[in-house]
Design a protein around this ligand. Sequence first.
Ligand code: MG
Length: 376
Amino acid sequence: MKITQIKTAEVRVKVKGRPRYHYHYVRVHTDGGVYGTGEASHVDGGWRGSTKSMAVQLIGMDPRDVDACFEKVRRSYIFRGGFAGLGISALTGIEIALWDLAGKAQGTPVYRLLGGKFRDRVRLYVDSASSDYRQRAEEVRAKGFTAIKFDLDDAHNPHKLDPWNWSVTPDELKSMVDQAFEIREAVGSLDLAIDLHGRYDATAGLALAQALERLNLMWLEEPVPPENIDALAKITQATRTPICAGENLYMRHGFRDLLQKQAADIIMPDISKCGGLSECRKIANLAELYYIPFAPHNNSSALSTVADAHVCASVPNFLALEFHRYGDPTWDEVILSEEPAIQRGHVVLGEKPGLGVELNEGFLQAQLQQGEPLWQ
Ligand code: MG
């Protein structure tokens, strides 16, 4: 079996007639007619060009040699982001398509090729931007979700004196802590995570983590920016609040320092951005050496969410996978599957080969300008 062609599809899914969700898909074709589809996340306009130049190197290779295909391109890209950033994210989209293809070619679900599953249902947590905490918590609990996340960082906090300075004033700190206690009270016994989006300095980040200790959070996410692992480690070691980090790290290499220094209590690689299914399974395995749970970041469409679930099913230390599209009326439209991809707050994996779902090309085509081809 040989790779013959790789195509890309860029779609802005409309909600109420306006482009809202921006997705990037990749399709790998073979001489046998079998194809696989992947998705790359957090990429920009350079993604299509990068994918096209990577494709040239893969023509003629056997798509079932997923890791070798990945590593061949990655090594050639070392001067162009072969360890982090756009290069890796574009390659990740191809990697996910290769797994889908390898599964279909062998008539088996991807999780079986990753070593088999520890669980049939992959737990999701709802990332919520709502400020009506109680109502949102009741809704998601009724739908079977067991965990929720709210944002606590606010660049427009009225007590903030300087938009560039990452310190918190006493009144700002108090308003944030009060808000966090209000959230905990509203969500009751749901597992609760709080995100700070890396918007605080080391002193402010630690003050917040310590002030929230009594809330028994599932985690506090990224109290400081991602570049300095030592600063993060200092906070993690000085608080009982579990600290989660890693949504902006790439590959095993990006997580090595964080894991060796035990700079976070929980890690959250973005699977469709930071290296793909094989790489993230390896990252989860490394985290397991330190008894660190794996709770992937995910801001992608249903296709990537299902792909992520195959990795989450295949590692023992999985905690929860992010679901960023709660309330999105187009969520289920993007893919075709026999049953809804999400049931009672979980992604349910079946026995269908590959990822087990296909893109709904009719729906995606309808989002484009008339005459524009979906696959280019
Ligand atoms: Mg986050």
